[in-house]
Design a protein around this ligand. Sequence first.
Ligand SMILES: Nc1ncnc2c1ncn2[C@@H]1O[C@H](COP(=O)(O)OP(=O)(O)OP(=O)(O)O)[C@@H](O)[C@H]1O
Ligand SMILES: [Mg+2]
Length: 277
Amino acid sequence: MRSEYKVSEPKGSINITDLGMVFKSRDVTNVALQTTNLSISPGEFVCILGPSGCGKSTLLNVIAGFLKASEGQALLDGELIQEPGPERSMVFQHHSLLPWKTVGENIEMGPRLTGDLEVEQTVSYFLDMVGLSAYRDHYPEQLSGGMQQRVGIARALATNPRVLLMDEPFGALDYQTRLVMQENLLSLWDEFKSTVVFITHDVDEAIFLSDRILVMSSAPGCIIRDIKNPLKRPRDQLISSDPIFIKLKRECLELIRAQSMTKLNIKADHQRPEIKP
Ligand SMILES: Nc1ncnc2c1ncn2[C@@H]1O[C@H](COP(=O)(O)OP(=O)(O)OP(=O)(O)O)[C@@H](O)[C@H]1O
Ligand SMILES: [Mg+2]
């Protein structure tokens, strides 16, 4: 095992100040993100929950450097984020592996770009970490969805990023695979201690994984609640019966329900109208 990949000190602080995002096309102005302020400490695992279209991916894409904010700024370790960089890796809902390259070739692209002098060992190390050493010469289409996502995670980690950005990475997986992937991710994170910003629609997933949960309002989104997750680590799926888990789940579900009601223009205390004969 390559000891230099282990980092004793957490890394990757994110500071977002007065960030706003407006998409403008010829006739349409779409406010995707209201003024947002946020600080994430190095090594923190932060999950973002919120209704569809509230700006979760937009926020992540600004941190990744794929989008330039209309207002405000995002800093990584004190430096202004202006473009994508190898210190921030992204994992998407659907794998973005190159279909004409093998698993090994997909993983080695990042380390080659960053000038890694031991690309072979790097690829072996990360394939081993995600349990796919036997699939190095396979093509993505020869793997299951869960295996493809594991290759995506290995590829994202192979550049030794300070921040791992994950946009519903397990959203397309079946329930059982998803649980295994969550545990797998926590053990990888335990080793790397990179900062993780993880978007999900799944409240259980957010509670199981996070140190902190950010709940966003319906569109145009802003952060309406910043919830500290006091559950102890290491965790396994049995933690879902812990009273703290149940309390957190209720709090998140109530917030999300209220936001969904607002979005659908339904009052939370809506009563059926009395039907007169
Ligand atoms: N490139 C773009 N151009 C114009 N509008 C965009 C663009 N990207 C996102 N939007 C708009 O910004 C808003 C927020 O989109 P975003 O994808 O961030 O939402 P989301 O919270 O990630 O939703 P979901 O949970 O469905 O993935 C939406 O109204 C969307 O239509
Ligand atoms: Mg999204």
